[in-house]
Design a protein around this ligand. Structure first.
Ligand code: PLP
Length: 405
């Protein structure tokens, strides 16, 4: 009997954990040790959960065996609402907050509740690919607007304008951005908000890296510039508190919700169907949001993430044929590779060849819906010794690499 995947999964891709990651699994089964840099998973590289989080976990261990309400524990939602207000996110009360099993679950809820066939959503390219995948799975059409590498990877406002049609329903903004590490300035966010205003669009703002900004940069939530629009803001503890495995994320409905009753009803049905998010994960959120210090230590000069970013950027751009925009936040760098110099026509093959020869798993630009074969992403998470080893393996590999078809 042949059992196929459902037709709705036809064009759904999530290559960060796709076929090349499967190949890494296969090599590991053969006894080969692989350095896996495909996901932004800080704990896998020795980043520890802050003491504040561990204490909260111990204290709550007896009480997290029950289901919570579908939106999440009341005190947790209140803490998230306070945090959101402190970040300038307008008009958020506890009732506007939904906890989720990571932001990942909530992106899917938000898209499933929102989209009808034929609806278009503007999503950046390169993007964090779950946005594209969730849009397609929900029956919508992902229309990619260009982020311009020549302009520090900022969204190209003219390109967004060109791509707005009568079917466009929303714009997705990811700042700080995965995979580019770019932090969007206020004026640029203001221009995007203005377009949303003009064309009556909803804004979806993924702010999961809002606390991972270096070099004195500042996070601005686009919602703070659009209190007259509906903005759905996503955030969580996976990256800032290095606890991806706790699956602690949230989504808040901000700004003007006056016309959104139907949408909210849809969201409520979907979160009820999954009963509630992981209560153990929820139970550390209050303590984590109060602890801003442990996050800052990592991203300041002398801190692990800061120093690893410095090293990764400088070492990568020293390899012939590699250039990069210096990331100002997140855990990633998205270098460009000179495709002519290395005969590269297929970035998946480049990443696969590197994995097979040097046993390091990177991700290719196409995973991020970047259509040219000239980019790849490095998560600069390993301890310095291992990071030096990764870049030296890449440099050795490229010294002789010519892609064959
Ligand atoms: N949004 C962005 C931009 C991400 O990079 C990630 C994970 O890498 C997520 C959302 C999902 O995070 P989580 O489901 O762990 O909260």
């Amino acid at each position: 009997m042949v059992i196929n995947k459902s037709l709705k999964l036809e064009n759904v891709r999530y290559d960060i954990r796709g076929p090349i990651s499967d190949e890494a699994d296969r090599l590991e089964k053969e006894g080969i040790s692989i350095i896996r840099l495909n996901t932004g998973n800080p704990a896998a590289f020795g980043f520890e959960a802050p003491v504040s989080v561990l204490n909260a976990l111990t204290e709550s261990s007896g009480s997290s065996a029950q289901y919570s309400s579908s939106k999440g524990l009341a005190n947790v939602r209140e803490a998230i609402a306070r945090y959101s207000s402190s970040m300038g996110i307008p008009n958020v009360e506890a009732d506007d907050v939904y906890t989720g099993n990571g932001v990942s679950e909530l992106i899917q809820v938000a898209m499933q509740a929102f989209l009808n066939p034929g609806d278009e959503i503007l999503i950046p390219t390169p993007d964090y690919p779950l946005w594209t995948a969730a849009t397609i799975l929900a029956g919508g059409t992902a229309v990619h607007y260009i982020c311009d590498e020549e302009q520090d990877w900022y969204p190209d406002i003219d390109d967004i304008k060109k791509k707005i049609t009568s079917n466009t329903r929303a714009i997705v903004v990811i700042s700080p951005n995965n995979p580019t590490g770019t932090v969007y300035p206020k004026e640029l966010l203001g221009s995007i908000a203005e377009l949303a205003r003009e064309h009556k669009l909803v804004l979806f703002s993924d702010e999961i890296y809002d606390r991972l900004i270096m070099d004195g940069g500042e996070h601005v939530s686009i919602s703070s510039l659009a209190p007259d629009l509906l903005t759905v803001v996503f955030n969580g503890l996976s990256k800032s508190h290095q606890i991806c495995g706790y699956r602690a994320g949230w989504m808040v409905l901000a700004g003007d919700k006056s016309g959104a009753g139907g949408y909210i009803e849809g969201i409520n049905v979907l979160v009820s169907m999954r009963l509630c998010s992981n209560v153990t994960g929820q139970s550390v959120i209050c303590a984590a949001l109060e602890d801003t210090q442990s996050v800052k230590a990592n991203i300041s000069p002398g801190g692990r993430l800061y120093e690893q970013r410095e090293y990764a950027y400088n070492a990568l751009i020293n390899i012939p044929g590699i250039s990069a925009v210096k990331p100002r936040g997140t855990l990633y760098i998205f270098p460009k590779i000179d495709t002519e110099m290395y005969g590269i026509t297929n970035c998946e093959k480049f990443v696969l060849d590197f994995l097979r020869e040097k046993h390091v798993l990177l991700t290719h630009g196409r995973s991020y819906n970047w259509m040219k074969p000239d980019h790849f992403r490095v998560a600069y998470l390993p301890e310095m010794d291992e990071l030096v080893e990764v870049i030296s393996r890449l440099s050795d590999f490229l010294a002789t690499y010519q892609q064959s078809s």
